[in-house]
Design a protein around this ligand. Structure first.
Ligand code: CDP
Length: 236
């Protein structure tokens, strides 16, 4: 039986390791990896730099008309970097100043319509792993494999703290905890495509799994979906 190229949708709360898993899966399978959160972060950077009043949908639409987003492969890191209007914005979009505002920006209907339309286009040829909050529910409701990731809140706080502390020694654990709680709250309660587990998504709690263990588990699921497309449950 031949292996089909599939779409892998990974959703879940902030800092539960979605991007680590997604990158490793994509590398192993020779698929593209798309970090949909980076797109919302880049849009937030543009709004902050240009003082866009994002409570006004007309200002939002005007601003969006001036934004072009692309992922550009970086030979040195072997990863794709987020470019905003041809500028590599990877060095800025993970800063706390962006994390503090990104969920408000990502809750705006016009912002989501803009990002989701591009994400859908990226999946036309399949062979893609995309992580985010609404990938299995809205962007790719027909994805062959949907994973909903979670991890214990304190595990998530410490993982993100260590990551941010590496480049910013002023960051505190409380700041990180507050930001994760705030983003999870906004992401799960917003009106536009809130973070939800799709009915046909498999739950993966990785609190006590190593990277290698979680990759091994998910590769089995991929093998199953890629060789037996009939195992995919219909979404409706
Ligand atoms: O920090 P973390 O890696 O967990 O988050 P991210 O994937 O970089 O996403 C940053 C923020 O963008 C999230 O907290 C959401 O508010 C928003 N987002 C979204 O609304 N939909 C997506 N598909 C991806 C991210």
């Amino acid at each position: 039986m031949s292996a089909h190229k599939i779409i892998i949708a990974i959703d879940g709360f902030s800092s539960c390791g979605k991007s680590t898993l997604a990158k490793e899966l994509a590398a192993k399978l020779g698929y593209s990896y798309i970090d949909s959160g980076a797109m919302y972060r880049a849009i937030t950077l543009y709004f902050l730099r240009n003082q866009v009043d994002y409570s006004d949908p007309l200002h939002v639409l005007d601003a969006i008309a001036n934004i072009s987003l692309s992922f550009v492969f970086n030979e040195q890191t072997g990863r794709s970097d987020m470019h905003l209007n041809d500028e590599d914005v990877e060095p800025y979009i993970r800063d706390m100043i962006i994390s503090e505002k990104v969920s408000e920006v990502a809750a705006i209907r016009e912002v989501r319509a803009f990002a989701v339309a591009q994400q859908k286009r990226m999946g036309r040829k399949k062979a893609i792993v995309m992580d985010g909050r609404d990938i299995g529910t809205t962007v790719f409701p027909d994805a062959e494999l949907k994973i909903f990731m979670t991890a214990d809140p304190e595990v998530r706080v410490m993982r993100r703290f260590k990551e941010m502390y590496a480049t910013n020694h002023n960051i505190t654990i409380d700041e990180v905890r507050h930001n994760l709680e705030l983003r999870d709250y906004i992401d799960t309660t917003r009106e536009e495509s809130p973070l939800r587990q799709a009915p046909d998504a498999i739950m993966l709690n990785n609190s006590s799994l190593t990277r290698e263990e979680q990759l091994e588990i998910v590769l089995e699921w991929v093998k199953d979906r890629a060789t037996n497309p009939q195992h995919v449950k219909p979404t409706s």
